[in-house]
Design a protein around this ligand. Structure first.
Ligand code: OAD
Length: 244
């Protein structure tokens, strides 16, 4: 029987894990922020100035996200979540903390998952504060199915200047983690970019799996660079067979 050294694993993912599924990253050449001004489409002020422009941006991304499939990296993380308790014992757990707003982790089978920057496939009515599944387009005329008001429905996305979701829960899991893995993120956006330092302070082994060294690569105890669809399944196999 194999024997993982780790039993409390927190995995942070970013746009790079979905790149090989066909979703653009933000800061790579030709990425989303090279084509759009984030202040116009990803801030509360931009939404106030021009809600239709913001809706059009997220309608396009929501439609696009429904045409893609998880890749081997998403599937490997779902496998790790399923297999770890079998080899490391009851109570062993994997938490995926994603900055991504696509649904590829859940489609691949991850269940213990939080979307810290919100979800494309959810709407938030700011009038009645209801959050609901949403796969179609939205506009300023969209009527909230709960309170029947129009004009208050927006994408359930955390914009720049807004507070990411689930921070308390994430902090407590990082505090208890023995392994922290960061996958496909450039390390530009806080608080996610600070998680590696929190994990180090908590005594966790820290690993970066990214196409190239991220902004904070030197903060990790172990780094592997290459496409996520290759390096993530390899690393997951090594965690499960106890060789790392
Ligand atoms: P970025 O676009 O900043 O970084 C993506 C990272 O993925 C880069 O370091 C790439 O080198 C790496 N990468 C690209 N292709 C890869 C591949 N095939 N395999 C592995 N790595 C690959 O995206 P994030 O770090 O996710 O927030 O960006 C963080 C946040 O900034 C996003 O959640 C979004 C954005 O603005 C909001 O919109 C609020």
């Amino acid at each position: 029987m194999s024997n993982s050294r780790y039993s409390r694993i927190v995995i942070l993912t970013g746009a790079g894990i979905s790149a090989e599924s066909g979703l653009a990253t933000f800061r790579d050449k030709g990425g989303v922020w090279a084509q759009y001004d984030y202040q116009e489409v990803a801030t509360p002020e931009g939404f106030e100035r021009n809600p239709e422009k913001v809706h059009a941006f997220y309608n396009m991304r929501r439609r696009n996200a429904q045409t893609v499939q998880p890749n081997a990296a998403h599937r490997a993380l779902a496998l790790l979540e399923r297999e770890l308790p079998l080899i490391a014992g009851v109570g062993a757990e994997v938490l995926v903390v994603t900055q991504n707003v696509d649904n590829l982790h859940e489609t691949a089978g991850s269940r213990h998952l939080v979307h810290m920057h919100g979800e494309l496939m959810k709407a938030w009515c700011t009038y009645c504060d209801t959050r609901m599944p949403w796969i179609g387009d939205m506009s300023s005329a969209t009527v909230c199915p709960t309170c029947s008001a129009s004009g208050g429905v927006r994408p359930d996305i955390v914009w720049f200047g807004e507070m990411p979701y689930h921070l308390e829960m994430i902090a407590s899991k990082i505090d208890a983690a023995d392994l922290f893995i960061s996958i496909g993120t450039s390390g530009n956006v806080y608080p996610a970019a600070g998680f590696v330092s929190d994990a180090r302070r908590a005594g966790a082994h820290t690993v970066e799996l990214n196409l190239e060294p991220s902004e904070g690569a030197c903060l990790f105890a172990e780094v592997h660079h290459g496409p996520a669809s290759e390096i993530v399944p390899t690393y997951v196999d090594r965690v499960l067979d106890g060789s790392v």
